[in-house]
Design a protein around this ligand. Sequence first.
Ligand code: DGY
Length: 326
Amino acid sequence: MDYSVYVTRLIPRPAIELLEKDCSVELNNKDRVLTKRELVQKVKGKDGILCLLTDTIDGEVIEAADKARVFANFAVGYDNIDVDAATRRGILVTNTPGVLTDTTAELAWALVFAAARRLPEADRFTREGKFSGWSPTLFLGQDVTGKTLGVVGAGRIGTAFAEKSRGFRMKVLYHDIERNTDFEKHTGGVYVSLETLLKEADVVSIHVPLTEATVHLIGKDELRKMKRTAILVNTSRGPVVNETDLAEALANNEITGAGLDVYEQEPRIHPALLALDNVVLAPHIGSASVETRTKMGVMAAENLLAALRGEIPDNLVNPEALDRRR
Ligand code: DGY
């Protein structure tokens, strides 16, 4: 076997080594996202492409991938890929679910606490030499223990996030397009409407995939329903939250704080958010632990190899493509 594979950016070494056993691997060694033009050139003639969430795999790229049998995405989300276009051409699309669940849920908790206890602000203050001694009114934040948690999206990451609230003795409310009894079994969560969740939760954390239905799921009207003391956390996809509306709500103290790992137009961050102290901004690092990024790479490589061998990859997102596969 000597398949020709393109990897769109440097990923952990074990994944590359796995691919190299059976494939000629060409790798984008520059530590940056490829331009559309580069991507279109590179996918030509390749049997498989291991791509990232920062690569826009649209109809044009898929057309250019004249020999491709698979696009293996190094991410659980695959909104960067035009899956329908791939399916029409019989190209399999895979993702990396499961391995990043706890890591992303942990980052969501890190953002909850960073926002609730104003840690980045306090860190800046301390480094700037402004700490002149303990004060009863210095950096007062919000407690989390015993409060109400609102989880929007009851999938794997939402469930792991809610499970971890047990130590904080929180009441868990959740919302999704439908009830999820697994979520309830694992977390004791109660299914409510989005409106009830927003009105009652002290911490609202978003864990939905990006689809047409979830674009701007949280905007002005939703933010107005939240408590003034509430915190909003988003580790899913940026466009789920209307950033202009969020910045306005934070500036007017309509909610007390927010923690964001994702943005509407990454890597651009809304200037109004950058100017605010009551929002914690992380650079899309939800799954960024050494262990998890390695597992994601190996999983993406295994998916890709399985597709090239004519097997059904474990994490196939478009089984409809199997009937038309190349
Ligand atoms: C994913 O896998 O979709 C994450 O956003 C990557 O960290």
